[in-house]
Design a binder for this molecule. Sequence first.
Ligand SMILES: Cc1cc2nc3c(=O)[nH]c(=O)nc-3n(C[C@H](O)[C@H](O)[C@H](O)COP(=O)(O)OP(=O)(O)OC[C@H]3O[C@@H](n4cnc5c(N)ncnc54)[C@H](O)[C@@H]3O)c2cc1C
Length: 272
Amino acid sequence: MTATREDTVRKRRVMHELKPRRIEVRCVEQITPRMVRVTFHGDELDTFVSLDADDHVKLAFPAAPHLGFELPEWSASGPVWPEGYPTPLFRDFTPRQYDQQDRSLVVDFLLHGEGPASTWAASARPGQTLGILGPRGSMVVDDAFDWYLMIGDETALPSIARRLESMAPGTRALAFIEVENVEDELPLHTAADARVTWVHRNGQSDALEQAVRNATFPVGEAFVWAGGEATALRGIRRYLIRELGWPSEWASFSGHWKIGVADHDHHEPIED
Ligand SMILES: Cc1cc2nc3c(=O)[nH]c(=O)nc-3n(C[C@H](O)[C@H](O)[C@H](O)COP(=O)(O)OP(=O)(O)OC[C@H]3O[C@@H](n4cnc5c(N)ncnc54)[C@H](O)[C@@H]3O)c2cc1C
């Protein structure tokens, strides 16, 4: 496969106004034993835009559980917080669903055990407030490739589920989703011609890579999107790009988290 000049049409970057907003928890639902769905609402969501399933926002978690979220002033060097208000902690999340008219936003949180985001989500209650920044931009991938490959763990599941829901009827797609066990699988809705493979981790760090290596892919030009633990994605990237010769222009790999690292920077390249 070789990338062609049509790629600017099939894949384009759209920037958005970077506006800090305050959002309030409307409801909380335990959707799997390890995943919590939080619906937020807020008047400032009337101008919230998210164009692609790959989008992410930065959620701002108050530095102490009893604190609500205070909106910062915005300066050239970034946010300036009210006097005496401790700087919140930011983490990246996927807008799973949003409704501009209803001014609501849904985020699915994995309860992985530690860290301000996971800890907050484990005891989230209606009425609590958080801050939200972004999305700064969207990389819009159109339904114009012959087929789509999606790979990821629970942190990628919100994006994969959203992408599947937005696909045009008949679009060919393959998804490989790694979860702990069968209880962590979620129902996925799509009009696409999609084949979803649930991969159970069973304590194996390369379970997802092995599932991808064992797959038979359709022919044609395809876009691959992958999100998950940064080190685990390396072998998958190596297989697709180096061994199969997949054009890197048709690939997006995002290290959503890294073992032992708090607030991992997803801009860090996935080295193959
Ligand atoms: C673009 C993007 C979109 C994302 N979308 C989502 C989303 O929609 N839902 C979602 O749940 N996550 C999502 N993530 C992942 C999420 O940002 C990270 O898991 C983040 O580290 C969680 O913050 P924390 O405060 O809970 O843990 P941190 O304070 O960042 O980390 C504390 C400890 O927990 C470990 N840890 C972090 N994440 C995991 C994990 N998944 N499994 C096991 N251990 C972990 C770290 O290695 C560290 O040792 C996304 C990440 C990116 C970059």
